[in-house]
Design a protein around this ligand. Structure first.
Ligand code: CAA
Length: 380
């Protein structure tokens, strides 16, 4: 067992760290406050090759491994978890899915611009009545010659307002349940497709989360990914990898919470001493660091399994379950260590808590991760 990162992985981490600290961090709190999408940062992340990290070079991607991807997401999320999720959705849900199951024509047309950040992607699975119960799709896709006609509503769609391309799950045969769902590539300009409500959120406020409406939206048959009925499995398999990205986002937030706490503990005095000299604070830091390292072990195990071509769904679910809990716990402890200053916006730790909470919800709630894990344990 080798715990060392390769030269390339370390170089990716350094590039991501430098970019995150110099170009994303300075405006992160202001964008959070104004709910402003980081257009410029996303463009530059594309230029750096961070929007299609695991896409083969032949489609414009960076041909990197999942471990490098985790390192980059962590660094970006450490300064701005909104940028982290924008990057994660484009990389793991959109580019990964297209690269694995898209046709050659779909890859040339859609994957190539998405991988270099010229276009942005979104993944539309959730609906008003299909959140955790994801196979309960109400959006319908009805075949009409060389087209499918989409009708329905998607909600809580990350990147939805800014996306040029959306992967939409819709029912093509209701009688088949989960096996009657298909996936379609829908372009922003397609008539009948519109962005509806923009959500006002607790955290990750500079990423956009919207509802999408489909009204007699005609999508060419050539834009269906895989066979008819493959859509739910496409979504589940794609989310298995997505969960590694969200776990890395959570670990980035947790690391930011720990680093902020160490900095503060070394500069804040109480009762004539730096608070870092009190065991009450030291033990909090020790617990945070231990939990973060344990979370990262799971995340890198999941990433390494994926890179080795081995089954990773179970460990990815464990990684997300644990890392998201550690992110929330670390952010809460960071606020406690900062005392009153942690509760106001002068320090970023209150943002870390608001951002951390969503990692226990999207790409499968913690309860859904427990379903995935326990089913794997109990399978014959
Ligand atoms: N890989 C391959 N196939 C899978 C699979 C996987 N990981 N998970 C399920 N399947 C297959 C099953 O084998 C089954 O196939 P057969 O019928 O051929 O046997 C079929 O899919 C149906 O599976 P289930 O019976 O297990 O389905 P279920 O209705 O019981 O649901 C669930 C299981 C795990 C709860 C699932 O619905 C789920 O993961 N829900 C959460 C959805 C989610 O994560 N949403 C995130 C939205 S995207 C997002 O959040 C992005 C963002 O904003 C950042």
């Amino acid at each position: 067992m080798n715990f060392d990162f390769s030269e390339t992985q370390l170089m990716i981490r350094e590039t991501a760290r430098k970019f995150a600290e110099e170009e994303i961090a300075p405006s992160a709190s202001e964008r959070d406050e104004k709910e402003e999408f980081p257009t410029e940062a996303v463009k530059k992340l594309g230029e750096l090759g961070f929007m299609g990290m695991m896409v083969p070079e032949q489609y414009g991607g960076s041909s990197l491994d999942t471990v490098s991807y985790v390192l980059a997401i962590e660094e970006v999320s450490k300064v701005d978890a909104s940028c982290g999720v924008i990057m994660s959705v484009n990389n793991s849900l959109v580019c990964f899915g297209l690269n694995q199951w898209g046709s050659e024509e779909q890859k040339q047309k859609y994957l190539a611009p998405l991988a270099v950040g010229k276009k942005l992607g979104a993944f539309a699975l959730s609906e008003p009545e299909a959140g955790s119960d994801a196979s309960n799709q109400r959006t319908r896709a009805t075949r009409d010659g060389d087209y499918y006609v989409l009708n329905g509503t998607k909600n809580f769609i990350t990147n939805g307002a800014n996306a040029d391309v959306v992967l939409v799950m819709a029912t093509t045969d209701k009688s088949k349940g989960a096996n009657g769902v298909s996936t379609f590539i829908v372009e922003k300009e397609t008539p009948g497709f519109s962005v509806a409500k923009k959500e006002k959120k607790l955290g990750i406020r500079s990423s956009d989360t919207v509802s999408l409406a489909f009204q007699d939206c005609r999508v060419p048959v050539a834009n269906r990914i895989g066979e008819e009925g493959f859509g739910f499995k496409f979504a589940m398999k794609t989310l298995d990898g997505g969960r590694i990205g969200i776990a890395a986002q959570a670990s980035g937030i947790a690391k930011a919470s720990l680093e902020a706490s160490i900095r503060y503990a070394k500069q804040r005095k109480a009762f004539g001493k730096y608070i870092a000299e009190f065991q009450a604070i030291q033990f909090k830091l020790a617990d945070m660091a231990t939990n973060i390292d344990a979370a990262r072990m799971l995340i890198f195990k999941a990433a390494a399994l994926k890179d080795a071509g081995q089954p990773y769904a179970l460990v990815a679910a464990m990684a997300k379950l644990y890392a998201s809990k550690v992110a929330v716990g670390s952010a809460l402890e960071a606020i406690q260590i900062h005392g009153g200053y942690g509760y106001i916006k002068d320090y970023s730790v209150e943002r870390y808590l608001r951002d951390a909470k969503i990692t226990e919800i999207y790409e499968g709630t913690s309860e859904v991760q427990r379903i995935v894990i326990s089913r794997a344990l109990l399978r014959d």
